[in-house]
Design a protein around this ligand. Structure first.
Ligand SMILES: NC(=O)c1ccc[n+]([C@@H]2O[C@H](COP(=O)([O-])OP(=O)(O)OC[C@H]3O[C@@H](n4cnc5c(N)ncnc54)[C@H](O)[C@@H]3O)[C@@H](O)[C@H]2O)c1
Ligand SMILES: O=C(O)C(=O)C[C@@H](O)[C@H](O)[C@H](O)COP(=O)(O)O
Ligand SMILES: [Zn+2]
Length: 358
């Protein structure tokens, strides 16, 4: 299966299927001719690097990062760039990002800045990276003061989404990806949300047909949104549903302990709660959001030790802030999200206090 991303000046395929990584024909010509540099991590390398080598040769230069969100950092980016320069890699080198969203975001940023920009292939190996981070060209590293604060838009030349990689993905990481799948239903496709309500057990059991449908539907949504608004001037901001709250949780935890998808899951519950407090959606709608997120085995409450005031301060640094005011993705209805600066500050504070009880 193939989904196309059609951005003005840049068209690329997302190949979806099995046994794709070792298929040399799917890589750009330069990479096939030995001009490639693989960035991966110490969990994924032992599992899948040999398949990239089967396609592109075992002499490929490789950088293996330590595993973890806290390594999506300027220090690790620097280490990657140092190595590329020491190897005297030219501008015709293709970076191959082999891993989850952490590897993909950092490798993508390296591709964006190395000699002002070089080609990139994304090989996403987590559910989250397959449905979200490998598509659309947002690349970044984190900063102690905020998530993804240093980055660039840099589109890949192709995405190889090999469903076989999910066979080794631990359950917790799989569920974190489900959060971003639920997001697509909530922000713009109530039928998909309803489908998820009745297929969540099958999805968590990784039933082949259910999984393919969830991934393909998510990729089509993401491809449609980024094709229409690559640089987040408008509708792309809706992909940030739950993220202003979620990123504050991640920054508070110093990018440890919680996975991105877990923070987004709680963030989506908070967005629903705030929308309900404005009277835009019903209490029953809120319960539906909480119920599906709980059914996916994802958190619906913030971690302990985060006060409402601290959370509000962390949210203030969000990239959607305009003229000093944080804009939030909220609900007109389930399946119909909007970006709004027109919320009541008192209701936001009440929502934060409701969630941050200590
Ligand atoms: N650029 C974007 O548009 C975008 C979108 C969503 C999320 N993100 C970013 O993505 C990151 C989260 O990505 P993630 O959830 O993939 O986390 P991750 O990259 O940390 O991967 C989760 C864990 O799974 C391991 N892993 C990866 N593939 C595996 C496999 N096939 N088998 C076994 N283990 C495997 C990883 O080593 C890691 O321990 C965050 O930094 C988030 O900000 C970016
Ligand atoms: O692709 C997008 O646009 C998204 O917002 C997808 C999000 O899931 C992702 O976590 C993204 O990195 C968040 O973007 P940011 O601009 O808020 O850092
Ligand atoms: Zn996200």
């Amino acid at each position: 299966m193939r989904v196309d991303v059609d951005i003005p000046g840049k068209h690329y395929p997302i190949h979806l299927g099995r046994n794709l990584i070792a298929n040399a024909q799917l890589y750009p010509e330069g990479a096939r001719n030995g001009r490639a540099f693989v960035i991966t991590n110490d969990t994924v390398a032992p599992l899948y690097l040999n398949q990239v080598q089967a396609a592109l040769g075992d002499q490929l230069p490789v950088h293996v990062m330590p595993d973890g969100e806290r390594f999506k950092s300027m220090e690790q980016l620097s280490a990657v760039l140092d190595k590329m320069l020491a190897l005297k890699l030219g501008r015709d080198t293709t970076i191959i990002a082999l891993g989850g969203g952490v590897v993909g975001d950092l490798a993508g940023f390296a591709a964006a800045v190395y000699q002002r920009g070089i080609p990139l292939v994304q090989i996403p190996t987590t559910l989250l990276s397959q449905v979200d981070s490998s598509v659309g060209g947002k690349t970044a590293v984190n900063h102690p003061l905020g998530k993804n604060m240093i980055g660039a838009f840099h589109q890949p030349d192709c995405v190889l989404t090999d469903l076989n990689t999910l066979d080794t993905l631990p359950a917790r990481e799989f569920k974190a990806g489900v959060a971003e799948v639920i997001k697509y239903g909530l922000l713009g496709d109530i039928d998909f949300f309803t489908w998820l309500e009745s297929h969540m057990e099958a999805l968590l059991a990784r039933d082949g047909e259910t999984l393919s449908h969830a991934i393909a539907t998510s990729c089509r949504h993401k491809a449609q949104v980024v094709s229409a608004d690559e640089k987040e001037k408008g509708q792309r901001a809706l992909l940030n549903l739950g993220h202003t709250f979620g990123h504050a949780i991640e920054a508070h935890l110093e990018y440890r302990d919680w996975l991105h998808g877990e923070a987004v899951a709680t963030g989506m519950c908070m967005a629903a709660e705030l929308s309900q407090r404005h009277g835009w959606i019903s209490r029953a709608d809120c319960q539906r959001v909480d119920a599906l997120i709980s059914k996916a085995g994802l958190p619906t409450a913030v971690p302990s030790g985060l006060s409402a005031e601290r959370m509000r301060a962390l949210m203030q640094g969000d990239k959607k802030t305009a003229a000093g005011r944080v804009r939030l993705v909220l609900f007109r209805a389930l399946g119909d999200a909007l970006l709004s600066a027109d919320y009541d500050d008192a209701l936001l504070m009440q929502t934060l206090q409701h969630y941050c009880r200590d």
